[in-house]
Design a protein around this ligand. Structure first.
Ligand code: MCU
Length: 433
């Protein structure tokens, strides 16, 4: 009964989104938003420079606003999320610019092209498409660098968009000479890191699908996945584009899902190593590689930013370098926000797997992968998510927090800070609205 109640709550939440109301599919969860950044109008206080931040060894409270007040309603989450987003941009990943002035392109049964122009600078990139069998239009999963179980994705009914992130943000450059379509538009000295740039590329692919006639791919049913560095990238894409209905990072490791604070003791790749290996993170993260306790955000809040949308985190307990315990704490912490929003069944974390081969397709993930695709993309399923943590990679959230999870009311947002009401509503608007 509890499961049904929470599923209905999320359905009601989603149906307040203007273009997503699917009244004929009441049993199907449709938790994505119609726009990339749904809380763009929310007020966010000026953020201090890194040097002025206090140290806190524990994970920041996702439910406490920058002004120190706690949110009390589901509707409050919308603007609290925007605060976390701004902090994540400034201190961790770098700014994600809004959609460029001009985005054009094509969608065919075999490829997508994207052309972007901003301030007189233009760039283009393309991705190949593999359709599933059957009759379209189809939902689609953007697969970074081809690393994922694409056969299962297509068998579950979604197309695969084979995305080369390096066309949008190259590896192997210095931080002041970044290259790729993103940096052609925003400059080679942009402080935005590759993970954010790659996600920006996914957002522009979604723009082009939205502008297409909808005969091949559906614009409101996009997933994203990839493994390892591309798992970091897939995670960040889902965090920053609320149109992405299903986010599926695989074995993402440091700079991906694992909490930044937890990494040193576990044998995970260090923050300075991940920061230095490639410009994956934003230049602003350089202030925190040896002081993660000063970060006013951590990755449990990136997990929370995906809520109430579908999130399926795949992890590997056999490779300490990936920080699987630290990743489980991020998932458990973020899951508290999912629960508070009534969407606890939309997150899956799964590290209970036998094979230790990095980025292998695993039989344990076949069923949850199909279930997540059917639930959030094909919209023919409603299986609950699961938290399946391997015993040897179990973190303990209680050791990492000194906050509790509130029971959020379904009423209007609470007064501090004053939040402009948006008549077009939001994914986190009151279910009873
Ligand atoms: C786990 O992801 C990365 C890791 O952070 C790097 O240190 C290593 O070089 O590459 C991994 C990866 O992307 O493997 C495919």
């Amino acid at each position: 009964a509890a499961l049904v109640a929470s599923a209905l709550a999320v359905t009601a939440i989603a149906q307040t989104g203007s273009t997503l109301a699917a009244a004929s599919h009441v049993s199907v969860l449709v938790a994505a938003a119609p726009v990339e950044d749904e809380g763009v109008d929310c007020p966010v206080p000026a953020l201090p420079d890194a040097g002025a931040l206090p140290t806190d060894a524990k994970l920041p409270d996702p439910f406490t606003r920058i002004d120190g007040t706690r949110i009390t309603s589901v509707a409050d989450w919308r603007c609290r999320r925007q605060e976390i987003k701004k902090q994540a941009e400034k201190y961790v990943y770098g700014t994600k610019p809004a959609r460029p002035a001009t985005v054009t392109g094509t969608v065919s049964t075999s490829s997508i092209t994207v052309n972007v122009t901003e301030n007189g600078r233009s760039a283009s990139f393309s991705a190949s498409v593999s359709l599933p069998s059957g009759t379209g239009p189809f939902p689609a999963v953007v697969v970074y660098g081809g690393i994922a179980d694409t056969a299962t994705i297509r068998a579950a009914g979604a197309a695969v968009i084979n995305y080369d992130p390096y066309a949008v943000g190259k590896e192997g450059t210095g931080r002041a000479s970044k290259q790729g379509a993103f940096y052609t538009l925003y400059g080679s000295t942009s402080t935005t890191g590759l993970l954010q740039a790659w996600g920006w590329g996914v957002s522009r692919i979604i723009d082009v699908i939205e502008q297409s006639n909808g005969s091949v791919l559906k614009a409101d049913a996009t997933g994203v996945t990839g493994c390892s560095r591309f798992g970091k990238g897939a995670f960040v894409a889902g965090v920053f584009d609320q149109r992405i209905a299903l986010t599926m990072p695989i074995e993402s490791g440091s700079a991906g899902v694992p909490i930044f604070r937890g990494i040193p003791g576990e044998g995970a790749q260090s923050l300075s190593s991940a920061y230095g290996e490639q410009p994956w993170l934003g230049d602003g993260f350089g202030s925190f590689t040896s002081a993660p306790g000063r970060l006013p955000v951590d990755t449990h809040e990136m997990v929370a930013m995906v809520a109430p949308r579908g999130l399926f985190i795949m992890d590997n307990p056999h490779i300490a370098n990936l920080g699987p315990k630290s990743a489980s704490v991020a998932a458990l912490g973020g899951a508290e926000v999912y629960k508070a929003l009534g969407a606890g069944s939309n997150i899956t974390y799964w590290s209970d797997v036998a094979s230790g081969t990095h980025c292998a397709n695993r039989s344990e993930w076949t069923a949850p992968l199909q279930q997540n695709i059917r639930k959030f993309l094909v919209k023919t399923g409603n299986d609950p998510g699961a938290i399946r943590i391997a015993g040897k990679a179990q973190g303990n959230l209680a050791e990492w927090r000194n906050w509790t999870t509130p029971t959020l009311t379904s009423g209007p947002s609470s007064p501090s800070p004053s939040v402009p009401t948006s008549p077009s509503a939001s994914p986190s608007a009151s279910p009873s609205a």
